[in-house]
Design a protein around this ligand. Structure first.
Ligand SMILES: [Zn+2]
Length: 81
């Protein structure tokens, strides 16, 4: 994973959290966050992600499998810190 990609993803976290990310970018964003622990940590520290992920899942039909994976990873990260 190039740092450049991570920077772009981190820059978009507020966009995602505000619900202003274009729908076609959401799966790309979430997939990167899911597999990149650096961005996941950043994402997790940004806010009340669990509710956000759940709401997005219901509203925008992100695959619930992906949403669950993300929630699990966030839980693991929080349990560790
Ligand atoms: Zn990353």
């Amino acid at each position: 994973m190039k740092d450049n990609t991570c920077q772009k993803v981190v820059d978009k976290i507020p966009l995602y959290l505000d619900g202003e990310m274009p729908e076609n970018e959401i799966p790309i964003f979430l997939e990167h966050v899911q597999y990149c622990s650096k961005c996941m940590t950043k994402f997790a520290s940004e806010q009340t992600f669990k509710e956000v992920v759940r709401e997005r899942c219901e509203r925008k039909c992100i695959s619930s499998h992906l949403a669950d994976s993300i929630k699990n990873r966030i839980s693991m990260l929080l349990a560790r810190s």
